[in-house]
Design a protein around this ligand. Structure first.
Ligand code: 3PG
Length: 212
């Protein structure tokens, strides 16, 4: 899959809702209910970070939830890409990029949302054909003001910023013309998930889905 084809897919996924939940799954037993609660609230695209031993099995289980589109985040190696694809991930997200990650996404046909945080990184990815990128870590790298500024010289790149985004500042990003959606963990707080309060997760998801 070429970078341009990957970006087309990534754009389609990013346009499903204003927010992509960024999920760290500690307990596999909660994966399915968590996905159902988020999808029910109106957030179908879910990023499961490969940061816990349960992540790949969680992707497998969450992929069965009707209406959901499950992707793998924190892709760091070609092995991560291969495993994510095998688990059923329909897209991938990486904090930054390496040549090996990009090669693996092309080889295994996994649409990647590649991470960038500077004008040069954005330009290098654009030159390859990646017109949809993750801006990470968003708040720490200049936030919405940076993205507004970069939209003047490089309007053809669209972003999904993540990192430090919540209900209070999501609109600052979503109001910009070069933002497709934002990513964030605030819709699935650790304690809320741990106690299995799925009604609250659905409420948070619905609140996020109504942004914009
Ligand atoms: C992450 O890498 O964990 C994501 O960017 C989410 O960041 P957040 O927890 O600040 O929303």
């Amino acid at each position: 899959m070429t970078p341009a084809e990957q970006s087309l897919k990534a754009a389609e996924i990013c346009r499903l809702a204003p927010v992509v939940p960024v999920l760290v799954i500690d307990d596999l037993a909660q994966a399915r209910s968590l996905a159902e609660a988020l999808v029910a609230g109106g957030l179908p695209a879910l990023e499961v970070t490969l940061r816990t031993p349960a992540a790949l099995d969680a992707i497998r289980m969450m992929s069965e939830v009707a209406g959901g589109r499950v992707g793998a985040g924190t892709l760091m190696t070609p092995a991560d890409v291969k495993a994510a694809k095998a688990a059923g991930a329909t897209f991938g997200v990486s904090p930054g990029v390496t040549e090996r990650i990009l090669d693996a996404c092309a080889e295994y046909d996994l649409p990647l949302l590649p991470g960038a945080a500077t004008a040069t990184e954005i330009m290098v990815l654009l030159e390859m054909g990646y017109t949809v990128q993750k801006f990470f870590p968003a708040e720490q790298s200049g936030g919405a003001a940076f993205l507004k500024s970069i939209g003047s010289p490089i309007p053809q790149v669209k972003f999904c910023p993540t990192g430090g985004i919540g209900l209070k500042n999501a609109r600052d990003y979503l109001s910009l013309s070069n933002i497709l959606c934002v990513g964030g963990s605030w819709v699935a707080p650790k304690e809320t998930v741990a106690r299995g309060d799925w009604a609250e997760v659905t409420r948070l998801a619905a609140e996020a889905a109504a942004l914009r």
